[in-house]
Design a protein around this ligand. Structure first.
Ligand code: UD1
Ligand code: UDP
Length: 360
């Protein structure tokens, strides 16, 4: 049997990778290993996703943890190279755009092991984002490029990639959404916070450009306090953001409720039932598009333009003082979102069938 290593490490990786693992497993054609780099490690960033997405424990845990960009990427590269040398797979699969993605792809490519990149070709064209560097470099050294939307193909062709390497399969994050949708449930959180369906705003923010600079973060929270005057807000706070919030003396409005990061099933229930989401997350832009829930993205650009063209996503920029007006405007708008092509819950099966062909 051909051997495939799937490499995960950060919260969004788990949601994108697990349906692919299950689809490959169902073929009965491959020997699979799940390798967790340990880029994320808190229980509510990792273990809860394994539980909610019904995934077995990883075969290998590298336990890398946090660090500066180069330091973290370098530690993963060094550790995973050893794993690949000790027991060489026939193919390595990487997901998304996090440091674990690039490090694993680089280690495999230098050992001449074919690399498959799930979610290839997305571009914000903003190289101040660590993710954009990870995307561009991972795509350059990948052999198979699985894309979620048609414009990704144009981006890859412009960067000199071969059309034969590109496979439009859809979005594996939406595979997880569709499969687990019947289990989404946020009743206890809504009850505890007194939230009514379609009357509250769900917030997630963790981009370094929004949260790392304390003065910037203070301005952002000031704006969110004004948003809370319009509608109650629930903000599950990413650990990166939490660390920064602790360093400032920000006062929060009574209706701006901050919680720890939430498990997948609770978070998705909250997202589905929200009147709106405010975010800088890649995944939330996509999921809200699928739900047709209006999404205000607090960024100047997005690598996911399909969520604006087809979906309910709007870029509101990083002039945070504009946020309350954008919320008011969005509440008055009648949002019409269409599900992007091939976001149908079958993307992982398409990937499995490409791989059966490729590795046969
Ligand atoms: C990473 C990804 C980002 C992705 C996000 C998903 C990169 C460059 N960034 O950002 O693209 O959107 O994951 O959530 O790969 N921390 C904890 N506990 C944890 C994890 C992190 O306390 O379990 C704290 C640490 O202080 C750490 C900081 O969060 O230094 C940042 O973590 P890191 O993995 O470097 O980047 P993220 O901001 O999580
Ligand atoms: N998510 C979650 N609980 C939370 C916040 C996010 O389950 O408290 C899920 C949600 O499905 C989201 C995904 O984690 O799409 C991706 O995480 P994140 O926003 O951290 O990463 P990004 O997509 O920006 O890389």
């Amino acid at each position: 049997m051909k051997r495939i290593d799937l490499v995960v490490g950060a919260r969004p990786n788990f949601i994108k990778a697990f349906p692919v693992y299950h689809a490959l497993e169902r073929t009965g054609q491959f020997s699979l290993r799940l390798i967790n780099t340990g880029q994320h490690y808190d229980e509510n960033m990792v273990a809860v996703f394994f539980k909610h997405l019904k995934m077995k424990e990883p075969d290998i845990n590298l336990g890398i943890g946090s660090g500066r960009q180069g330091e973290q990427t370098g530690r993963i590269l060094k550790a995973i190279e050893k794993v690949f040398i000790d027991s060489r797979p026939d193919l390595v699969m990487v997901f998304g755009d996090v440091n674990s993605t690039l490090a694993a792809a680089l280690a495999a490519a230098k050992l001449h092991i074919p690399v498959a990149h799930v979610e290839a070709g997305l571009r914000s064209f903003d190289r101040s984002m660590p993710e954009e560097i990870n995307r561009v470099l991972t795509d350059q050294i990948s052999d198979l490029l699985f894309i979620t939307s048609p414009e990704a193909e144009d981006n890859l062709l412009k960067e000199g990639r071969d059309k034969n390497q590109i496979h439009f399969v859809g979005n594996t994050m939406i595979d997880s959404l569709i499969r687990f949708q019947p289990l989404f449930d946020s009743t206890h959180i809504k009850d505890a916070c007194g939230l009514q369906d379609k009357e509250y705003i769900l917030i997630t923010l963790h981009r370094p450009s929004n949260v790392d600079d304390p003065a910037n973060l203070e301005q952002l929270i000031t704006s969110l306090n004004r948003v809370a005057e319009i509608a109650p807000c629930l903000w599950p706070v990413h650990p990166r953001t939490r660390k920064k919030v602790k360093t400032i003396q920000a006062k929060t409005h009574d209706r701006l409720v901050m919680t720890d990061p939430l498990g997948y099933l609770e978070f998705m229930g909250l997202q589905r039932d929200a009147t709106m989401v405010i975010t800088d997350s890649g995944g939330v832009q996509e999921e809200s598009t699928f739900f047709g829930v209006p999404c205000l993205t607090v960024r100047d650009n997005t690598e996911r333009p399909i969520t604006i063209e087809k979906g309910s996503n709007r870029l509101v920029g990083t002039q945070y003082s504009n946020l309350p007006d954008a919320v008011m405007a969005s509440l008055e708008e009648n949002t019409k979102a269409k599900t992007p092509e091939l976001w149908d819950g079958k993307s992982s099966e398409r990937i499995a069938s490409v791989l059966m062909n490729y590795l046969s």
